[in-house]
Design a protein around this ligand. Structure first.
Ligand SMILES: C[S@@+](CC[C@H](N)C(=O)[O-])C[C@H]1O[C@@H](n2cnc3c(N)ncnc32)[C@H](O)[C@@H]1O
Length: 261
């Protein structure tokens, strides 16, 4: 069952239309929030950073370029990783940025191998979050830092129609509260956990998706794009609903950092 959930999620982020709507960074806040995450973790040239569920490697390449660290990106999606490797090559960073296919719940790395771990808008997707947190803890050296940015959901107030598989893949249905993330990380052994809220990152992403939906509608109308069954009208309604939920505090986005003692 968990393996099916993972495959559905990987397929979702390798779908052309989803990629078109999200752009190169598959998380709210884009590289601006990634930079803040890097600063919060005080990344530097001495670090070996793991990006768990790195997608197409946009953040991995960016962080290596800005902070001078070595980065390993791990993701389950083979197509995502192909793109990530091209991205690192284009940036001339293949000596410091590497990608491996693997599951965040069984990280392909030895104990204590890295000095920092991040996961952006992905922890919410892992079916077994306790195991994923324990894996992050395991691969960090003592004193290593962890940083997540992720969706926050008040599940009791989430509309029923947003609790299905599609919304799970879209980082909504299985996301936690801030305290929920803190509890899972603390249970794995992380300490000094602090969180900041970033609802603006979600609203900005919604705005970007709205613009891209409009462009997609135009491209479809003139026969330049095949949306492969995507219902644009429903997409716009859902987007509006999601924005309302952000304003009502049902959906949010958080940046959480902590460390391994
Ligand atoms: C919302 S995207 C975020 C990607 C990237 N972190 C970013 O911000 O651009 C979620 C990513 O998680 C990956 N993923 C989902 N479940 C995974 C798992 N169990 N292990 C590794 N990667 C996983 C997907 O393939 C996808 O690339």
């Amino acid at each position: 069952m968990n393996e099916d959930l993972k495959c559905a999620c990987v397929d979702f982020y390798q779908n052309d239309v989803v990629r078109l709507l999200l752009g190169r960074s598959f998380h709210p806040g884009g590289l601006e929030l990634t930079r803040r995450l890097g600063e919060a973790l005080a990344l530097g040239p001495g670090d070996f950073l793991l990006d768990a569920a790195c997608g197409t490697g946009t953040s991995a390449v960016f962080l290596a370029g800005v902070f001078g660290c070595r980065v390993l990106g791990v993701d389950l999606g083979a197509e995502n990783l192909e793109q990530a490797r091209r991205h690192a090559a284009d940036a001339g960073l293949t000596d410091r940025v590497e990608f491996r296919q693997g599951d965040a719940e069984r990280l392909p790395l030895e104990d204590g191998a890295c000095t920092a771990v991040i996961s952006e808008c992905s922890f919410c997707l892992f079916p077994d979050k306790e195991t994923a947190a324990r894996e992050m803890f395991r691969v960090l050296a003592a004193g290593g830092r962890v940083g997540l940015t992720d969706m926050v959901v008040d599940r009791d107030r989430l509309p029923e129609e947003m609790k299905g598989l599609l919304f799970r893949a879209a980082c909504i249905a299985d996301a936690l509260t801030v305290d929920g993330y803190r509890a899972v990380l603390a249970h794995a052994g992380f300490t000094g956990l602090t969180a900041t809220d970033h609802p603006e990152a979600l609203l900005a992403l919604a705005g970007q998706i709205r613009q891209r939906l409009l462009l997609a509608e135009l491209a479809q109308a003139v026969g330049k794009l095949d949306l492969k069954g995507l219902d644009l009208k429903r997409g716009k309604v859902l987007l509006h609903q999601a924005e309302e939920l952000v304003r009502d505090g049902v959906l949010g986005y958080t940046l959480i950092t902590g460390s391994k003692p």
